[in-house]
Design a protein around this ligand. Structure first.
Ligand code: IPD
Ligand code: CA
Length: 265
């Protein structure tokens, strides 16, 4: 579990080292000065000095460990390429600014057209979610699986996309119909946490109209390894090179939600 091979020359990814590195971002997340240094990226869209510091720090440290692996990140204008890290230095930036204690560092490795490794670290709950392609998903070392709830027993997360008020009517039409058919709905405010919560059975589904690869890459592998499904609203594989729709579920409720979305979009 602690090392796996990647690349043609059979280089080894040292999982223990990566986990230690990701955990070492904790000091930045709890630094009040960095946290209170907030800049506006766009309407209802913020970045803090924590996001930027972690982005630079992990880019530098990962490059020292694995110079052959490229880097794609929310805070830089980078694009997807084969063998690359996909990083969201803080997923749940607004949560961080509001001290909502639901923010994570999300890091994935993309190679041979798929995500092969993912880690999502929530320093507030001290939980580390980890997934290796073909080897399962884990929280703090314990194997996790999705829940097997049907729609009327399910809790569904809504990513409403705060900076996309133009989607409000169709998003809330979908939300209203799902709310009528499910147990309850939630708004966690971090896609990475949401996906991990589906993977370990704390939530059953999640949908959002406009999501970026760094928000979901690691969490998507978590769900796939835990027995759930992640697709676009058209039931296609996630693109990983562009923003778009996402539907993530425990698997059982996937088709039901696709139908509700199609009728209300
Ligand atoms: C956001 C969160 C949020 C989702 C947004 C994302 P950020 O990421 O994951 O839950 O609804 O679409 O942009 O900006 O906090 O990294
Ligand atoms: Ca972010």
């Amino acid at each position: 579990m602690l090392a796996f091979l990647w690349g043609k020359r059979g280089n080894k990814l040292d999982i223990k080292k990566i986990v230690k590195l990701v955990h070492s971002t904790r000091k930045f997340i709890f630094d009040e000065q960095l946290r209170s240094n907030v800049k506006v990226k766009g309407p209802q869209d913020y970045v803090t000095a924590v996001d930027l510091t972690i982005s630079n720090y992990l880019k530098t440290e990962l490059h020292k460990l694995y110079p052959d692996i490229a880097f794609m990140c929310e805070e830089e204008s980078t694009v997807l390429c084969d063998k690359c890290w996909i990083l969201d230095p803080i997923d749940g930036t607004t949560n961080l600014i509001f001290d909502y204690k639901m923010s994570t560092v999300s890091l994935a490795l993309y190679q041979n057209n798929c995500v092969t490794f993912g880690i999502v670290y929530n320093p507030f709950s001290r939980e580390t979610f980890l997934a290796l392609k073909g080897k399962g998903a884990y929280v703090n070392g314990k194997k996790i699986t999705v829940n097997k709830h049907s729609l009327n027993e399910s809790i569904i997360e809504f990513g409403l996309g705060a900076s996309h008020k133009e989607f409000a009517d169709s998003n809330f039409a979908i939300a209203k119909e799902i709310f009528k058919q499910c147990l309850d709905i939630r708004r966690v405010g971090s896609a990475a946490i949401t996906l991990c919560y589906i993977a370990c059975g704390r939530l059953d589904g999640y949908l959002e109209k406009n999501i970026h690869p760094w928000d979901y890459a690691a969490g998507m592998l978590m769900i796939q390894e835990a027995g759930g499904f992640v697709t676009t609203w058209d039931n296609l594989p996630m693109p990983l090179n562009d923003a778009g729709t996402i539907l993530a579920t425990n698997g059982l409720i996937h088709n039901g939600l696709i139908n509700i979305i199609a009728k209300n979009i």
